[in-house]
Write a protein that binds this ligand. Structure first.
Ligand code: SF4
Length: 313
């Protein structure tokens, strides 16, 4: 039986960023160097396949440090941790490796600097996300206010005095610009980051999806529901005019019936999604369709981050 034609647009760049590659490598190197088990506080990155692969290699994922034996190495996830977590590890003389992405550390440092210089800090981000919990934990609780929406920006009542803002690294570029504009309208003297807090990987993936999605009638973003940057890619595709944009964790979650009338399908992947998941989806598509693959050139990424000194060769 002949297969229906389908054009597939592979958005680029997609998938792993430098911070995620570094975090996974830290766990892999720690396993090589110290042997299993290596404990990891929280999902090292938000992806079930990555976590399952590392578990098979001997990583043990825990929610809190009190689940880690005193003499075992522990890795902090790429999303960053509150100061209290580092203090607890030091207080218990634990051997820890910090896989916090350096671009998240940059935001931590900005927040601390603003606090030390007497500014109340507004954090633009999503409540409950591990990165937001970690960033809020860099300063005393009353020194930072979370701003999630333009409505928040118009209604929050920060303490009198100088203000600054920082942002989560994985937000929507467009929505964040609207929130910043609303804050600047109300607080003209507010101080912002010298360079964008939204990271290069988030920015590049959103721009690529925006360009690819405009000509697609269905869009798949590969990523976990807990992955902030993946969810923003779905929103970006919808905003670019592709209303049928969905998040899937793997090929098994695809609604194949929904693809029956599709002529042009876009695919991207969040920064924590391994490329093998995209490959498996392409294989599933080729089984069902006569696929014509389009690979628009995207921004080349050549950023790498150093490993912690304890793991350097
Ligand atoms: Fe770092 Fe950005 Fe990747 Fe997050 S998405 S780990 S901030 S490079």
């Amino acid at each position: 039986m002949s297969r229906p034609p389908l054009t597939v647009v592979l958005s680029s760049p997609r998938g792993f960023c430098a911070g995620v590659e570094r975090a996974i490598l830290i766990v892999e190197r720690a396993l090589e160097r110290f042997g299993a088990p290596v404990y990891v506080r929280h999902q090292i990155v938000h992806n079930a396949r990555v976590v399952a692969d590392l578990e098979r290699a001997g990583a043990v994922f825990v929610s809190e440090l009190d689940e880690v034996p005193q003499d075992a190495p522990v890795v902090f996830s790429a999303h960053g941790v509150a100061k209290s977590v580092v203090d607890e590890a030091r207080g218990r003389s634990m051997f820890f490796l910090d896989a916090t992405c350096p671009l998240v550390h940059k935001v931590h440092n900005e927040a601390v600097r603003h606090h030390e210089q007497g500014r109340h800090v507004l954090l633009i981000g999503h409540a409950g996300h591990p990165e937001v919990i970690g960033t809020m934990g860099q300063v005393p609780a009353d020194a930072m206010t979370l701003v999630e929406t333009v409505t928040d920006a118009r209604s929050i009542a920060p303490p009198e005095g100088p203000l600054a803002y920082v942002t989560q690294t994985t937000l929507s570029i467009d929505e964040t610009a609207d929130i910043v504009a609303a804050l600047q309208a109300r607080f003209p003297a507010i101080v912002g980051p010298r360079s964008e807090d939204i990271c290069y990987a988030t920015t590049n993936r959103q721009r690529a999806v925006r360009d690819a999605a405009a000509g697609c009638d269905y869009f798949l973003v590969v990523g976990a529901p807990t992955s902030s940057n993946s969810r923003r890619l779905v929103e970006t595709a919808r905003r670019a005019g592709c209303s049928r944009a969905v998040l899937v964790q793997n090929a098994g979650e695809i609604d194949w019936d929904a693809l029956k009338d599709v002529q042009c399908l876009g695919i991207s992947a969040g920064a924590s999604a391994p490329e093998v998941l995209v490959t498996e989806i392409l294989e599933g598509l080729e089984d069902r369709f006569e696929v014509t693959l389009r690979r628009p050139p995207g921004v080349a990424e050549d950023i790498t981050f150093k490993l912690p000194r304890a793991l350097e060769a």
